[in-house]
Ligand binder design. Structure first.
Ligand SMILES: [Zn+2]
Length: 172
């Protein structure tokens, strides 16, 4: 009888906790994420897992499967912060001071350059749309997986994934 090959992932025990290497550490084609992760390099992250976990995708890889394409945020090519013209006070790297975008030559060099705030990434309309498509595709994959899931834990994992995707979709 042909049996589906089960991949055994490396685990480690540290102080009573069990860790497992990311399933993206190898070419594991047996799950939904491979379609997306195949184009990235393999990953060697370890994640704490429960005693019965047989495979885990680390959060970095999960993010890759759901995250938007690399978006460079924060700085514009001018080297000034995005939206600096609208800031009450903005100091660029040369020490030029601006009040709402208007240079204040007298203040030059008197203040520390404005640090970028860890701002939320703002997506363009197109990026949002792409992200939405990605999420919907993933939801379809998870749904398909749920249909054929034989084990409770797979159903549970699928439902968790589904809720996560729904939340992400809502946030868009
Ligand atoms: Zn990983």
């Amino acid at each position: 009888m042909a049996k589906k090959e089960v991949i055994k992932f490396k685990t480690r025990n540290r102080q009573g906790r069990r860790y497992m290497i990311c399933r993206n550490s190898i070419e594991d084609k047996s799950y939904w994420g491979w379609q997306i992760l195949s184009k990235y390099s393999r990953c060697n992250n370890w994640t704490e897992v429960g005693p019965n976990t047989t495979a885990v995708l680390c959060h970095v890889c999960v993010n890759k499967t759901v995250g938007p394409p690399d978006i460079k945020g924060g700085y514009k090519s001018s080297g000034r912060l995005r939206g600096w013209q609208f800031m009450k006070e903005f100091v660029d790297k040369e020490g030029n001071v601006f009040h709402k975008g208007i240079e204040q030559p007298k203040l030059k060099g008197t203040l520390k350059p404005t640090e970028p705030k860890p701002e939320k990434k703002k997506l363009t309309k197109r990026e949002k749309q792409e992200l939405r498509t990605q999420i919907l595709q993933q939801m379809n994959m998870v749904r398909g997986k749920l249909k054929t899931a034989k084990f409770k834990k797979d159903v549970r994992a699928g439902n968790v994934q589904m809720r996560k995707l729904e939340r992400q979709l809502k946030k868009l």
